[in-house]
Write a protein that binds this ligand. Structure first.
Ligand SMILES: [Zn+2]
Length: 407
C-alpha cells in the first residue's frame, strides 16, 4: 500500500514536471520564431507596422509590473495612470505574471516606447498604445483545429511511451482522466497499447494545446477498452462502445489537479497532534484557493466551521452516500444548507483552516453513516448511459471513430 502511494506520488510529480517541460519548450520555440520574424521578414508585429520601430521582447521578471517597466523607460506617471484606467475593462494589470512575454515598440529616435504588448497566454495578447490617443485592446489569436490520430505500445510506462513517440505529454493526463474508473494506470503491463483520436489547437501553424480527446482505445490485460466522446447537450462525456458511461455517479476526486498527500487508513501518525490516529479521509494537496468540486449531484447538509475540520461542507447524495470536504479557505458564494448542487459544481476553495499543516482538502466519503475509502468500493453506481433519443446518432459516431482508431 505504501509503495503504491509513493508510485502515485512520483507519477503525479513526473506528470507535472513533464508538462512544465513541454510548456517551456513551446514557449522557447515561440520566442525563437518571433526573433526570426523580427530580424528577417516581417514588417508587421501584433498587427502593427514596425518598420520605424525598435522591437524589444522580454520576459516579465520577479517584482516587475506594468508601471515599473514603463517608468524606467521614461513614460510619465500620468500616462501610466491613464493607461491603467483604460485597461480596467480589458485586462487586470495586477495579473501580469513573472515569465510571460512582453514587447516594447519604440519609434526610432524616441526614448519612451510607443507600445507595450503583453502576452498573458499563447492564445491572446494585449496592446497598450502609449502615444497620442491612448488605447488598450485585447486580441485573440486565431486558433485552427486539427484532428490527430496516434498509437503506441507500452514498453515501460504510458508516459515513457508518449515521450519515445514525441506525443504531447498533456494527453497522458487526459487519457488517465478518461479511463479513471476502467483502468488502473499503475498496473499497466508490457505490450499494453493505445490509440487516441484527438483535436489539436494550432496558432500560426504551431501546436499550442489540445482541445479534447474524441475517442480512445486502450488494450490492457487482453481486453479492449473504448472511450467515445459524445455530447447529449451538456458537453462532451465519455462512453464505451455500447453507450455505457465511463463515469461513475461520483467524480474520482474533488479537485482537477492534485497530489494525494495522505490516503485513507487506520492509525496514521498525525503531524499536528503528534500521535497515531485513524485517517478516515483522503488528503489532496493543492495550492490555496484551488476550486473544490462536489463529486456528485446532491443537497448540502452542512456548511460550517469546526475546530479540527476548519471550514467544511457536507453533501448528501442519496440515502446511502454523503461526502465531506474539510479545511477550506472559503466557501463558494451562495453555498448554504439545503441548496442543490451538481456534480463538478464548485463549493469552496482549498485552504488549511482547522487542524492542517498545509493547504489541502481532506475528502471524506460516507456510506450508510460510516466513513469508508471510496477507492475500495467496487459497487459504486454507474453514470447514466446514452439516452435512447441519442442512441442511433451515438452508434453512428462510434463506428466512425472506431474505424479511424484502427487505421
Ligand atoms: Zn485528512
Amino acid at each position: 500500500m505504501i509503495i503504491r502511494f509513493f508510485l502515485v506520488f512520483f507519477f503525479v510529480l513526473s506528470l507535472f514536471s513533464c508538462n512544465q517541460k513541454s510548456v517551456e519548450s513551446v514557449e522557447k520555440k515561440e520566442k525563437e520564431k518571433e526573433v526570426e520574424i523580427v530580424e528577417k521578414e516581417s514588417k508587421f508585429l501584433y498587427g502593427i507596422n514596425v518598420d520605424s520601430f525598435k522591437v524589444e521582447t522580454n520576459k516579465i521578471k520577479w517584482g516587475q509590473s506594468f508601471s515599473t517597466i514603463l517608468l524606467k523607460r521614461g513614460v510619465s506617471n500620468l500616462k501610466i495612470h491613464n493607461t491603467s484606467l483604460k485597461s480596467k475593462n480589458v485586462f487586470n494589470l495586477k495579473k501580469i505574471r513573472k515569465g510571460k512575454n512582453y514587447t516594447l515598440l519604440t519609434k526610432i529616435g524616441n526614448k519612451a516606447p510607443g507600445f507595450f504588448i503583453y502576452e498573458p497566454d499563447v492564445y491572446s495578447y494585449i496592446i497598450y498604445k502609449l502615444t497620442d490617443s491612448i488605447y488598450v485592446n485585447k486580441v485573440n489569436k486565431e486558433i485552427t483545429y486539427h484532428e490527430k490520430n496516434i498509437s503506441g505500445v507500452i514498453n515501460s510506462s504510458l508516459y515513457m511511451s508518449f515521450e519515445e513517440n514525441n506525443y504531447p505529454p498533456i494527453l497522458v493526463n487526459m487519457m488517465v482522466d478518461v479511463f479513471a474508473w476502467q483502468i488502473d494506470f499503475f498496473k499497466i503491463m508490457l505490450k499494453d497499447s493505445y490509440n487516441v483520436l484527438y483535436t489539436e489547437e494550432q496558432i500560426d501553424g504551431k501546436v499550442v494545446g489540445i482541445k479534447n480527446i474524441k475517442a480512445a482505445k486502450f488494450f490492457h490485460d487482453n481486453l479492449n477498452y473504448y472511450a467515445i466522446a459524445y455530447d447529449q447537450g451538456f458537453g462532451d462525456d465519455y462512453f464505451d462502445e455500447n453507450g455505457n458511461s465511463l463515469r461513475k455517479t461520483f467524480l474520482r476526486s474533488p479537485l482537477k489537479f492534485y497530489r494525494i498527500s495522505s490516503k485513507f487508513r487506520k492509525k496514521r501518525y498525525h503531524p499536528v497532534l503528534k500521535r497515531y490516529r485513524d485517517h478516515l479521509g483522503t488528503d489532496y494537496a493543492a495550492p490555496r484557493g484551488t476550486p473544490i468540486m462536489s463529486v456528485a449531484d446532491g443537497i448540502i447538509k452542512e456548511v460550517r466551521w469546526g475546530k479540527n475540520n476548519g471550514r467544511f461542507v457536507k453533501i448528501s447524495h442519496n440515502n446511502i452516500y454523503s461526502t465531506q470536504y474539510l479545511h477550506m479557505s472559503k466557501f463558494e458564494k451562495g453555498i448554504k444548507k439545503g441548496k442543490k448542487v451538481l456534480q463538478g459544481e464548485v463549493i469552496g476553495y482549498v485552504g488549511s483552516t482547522g487542524l492542517a499543516t498545509g493547504p489541502h482538502v481532506c475528502f471524506r466519503f460516507w456510506r450508510n453513516g460510516n466513513q469508508v475509502d471510496p477507492y475500495k468500493q467496487n459497487d459504486l453506481p454507474e453514470g447514466e448511459p446514452i439516452s435512447p433519443k441519442h442512441l442511433n446518432s451515438f452508434l453512428y459516431v462510434k463506428d466512425k471513430y472506431i474505424l479511424s482508431l484502427s487505421d
